[in-house]
Design a protein around this ligand. Structure first.
Ligand SMILES: [Cu+2]
Length: 357
């Protein structure tokens, strides 16, 4: 019913506006075209300058309202550099925005049609055209250049002391695989993917490097230690969005992508900075990937090396879960045996991890 009335109101409003426009047309005919055009020019000139003032006030108002709701300060070395780049871009484009908009609307107001003035015929000016082509081109080259420099750094070879984590996107959750003590991620084969056999990532158990790899549903990182993410997807294109670290990278099926960065603020420190005791870093899927996209969020814990070592010591390799599910259940206790885990969640979600999700 409310929708019906809303549509009716909109229709009536349209009719009213249409009638006013028609009436003003008749008034124009009565008053004579010349004077009515002068009147319209005045109104339009006034509207131009009002739009400028209201628009600039709107920009200021939104900025004041929303500046406290922005993300807290960047929590990685690379994030600080990217914020710096964003600020340079905002200052340059902001100056251009203000200069062009103020000039545009002020000129429209100041030089409205008048009997006392005659428009000057000004067909072309090569110097002017060169200036407004070269200056923006140079500015854009500098801005894109800074961006490319960051891009090449983030996707380059990670420092030697970097830890490695494999990130796999799957509709609609994330898996984080750590290489274990040998520091090497075991081979995978998509044909071996079988969550029912506790092998959600398709690890090849014939590769010894796989025997100590463990899988977590929470991304654990060490503060001030570079981390290299090797990013995969099992189905559609996802995106590893790391807003607190100011980074993102697509997860593309069949084409592993990489990204490395250095977190600088632990979760506990960030809780103090934001004044939020329950603060949690998030990894958010940044690519619309299906109906569960909104829920494709994983928690990130940034902690000290000692805390991380303790977390690692508590992890059971995925190999053990997989082998347990391969064993036939003992004859007398088979009725009590838990069924194989058929969910896509890794069994080794980590004792500290599962509670956080
Ligand atoms: Cu996704």
């Amino acid at each position: 019913m409310a929708v019906f009335f809303a549509i009716l109101m909109a229709l009536l409003l349209f009719v009213v506006i249409f009638q006013i426009a028609k009436a003003s047309e008749y008034v124009a005919v009565l008053k004579g075209e010349k004077s009515s055009r002068a009147q319209a020019n005045k109104v339009n000139a006034f509207l131009m300058i009002s739009f400028l003032v209201l628009g600039l006030f709107g920009v200021y108002f939104c900025n004041e309202e929303l500046k406290d709701k922005l993300l807290p300060r960047a929590a990685s070395i690379q994030g600080v550099a990217i914020d710096h780049m964003m600020n340079i871009t905002l200052v340059i484009t902001g100056i251009v925005f203000l200069a062009t908009q103020i000039t545009l609307f002020t000129f429209a107001f100041r030089y409205r049609s008048s009997e006392k003035r005659k428009a000057k015929y000004f067909p072309e000016n090569n110097k002017l055209e060169l200036a407004w082509t070269i200056i923006p081109a140079l500015a854009m080259t500098v801005l894109v250049g800074i961006g490319l420099k960051h891009w090449f750094e983030l996707t380059s070879e990670a420092p030697a002391n970097a830890m490695v984590v494999e990130v796999t996107g799957h509709q609609f959750n994330w898996f984080f695989r750590y290489p274990g003590k040998d520091g090497e991620l075991g081979k995978k084969n998509y044909q071996l993917i079988d969550p029912g056999k506790n092998n959600p990532l398709g690890q090849d158990w014939s590769d010894p490097a796989n025997q100590d790899d463990f899988v977590s549903s929470v991304l654990y990182l060490v503060v001030n230690r570079p981390v290299k993410l090797i990013i995969n997807s099992q189905d559609v294109v996802h995106d590893v969005g790391l807003p607190y670290f100011r980074l993102k990278m697509d997860a593309v099926p069949g084409i592993p992508t990489t990204l490395w960065f250095t977190p600088t603020i632990t979760t506990a420190q960030m809780a103090r900075i934001t004044g939020d005791d329950n603060f949690t870093y998030k990894l958010i899927c940044d690519q619309l990937c299906g109906k569960g996209h909104y829920s494709m969020v994983a928690n990130i814990v940034v902690e000290t090396q000692a805390e991380f070592d303790q977390f690692v010591s508590q992890q059971k390799p995925q190999y053990q879960f997989a082998m347990a599910s391969l064993k036939p259940p003992p004859a007398d206790t088979s009725s009590k045996a838990a069924p194989a885990d058929t969910s896509a969640k890794p069994a080794a979600a980590g004792s500290g991890a599962s509670g956080l999700r």
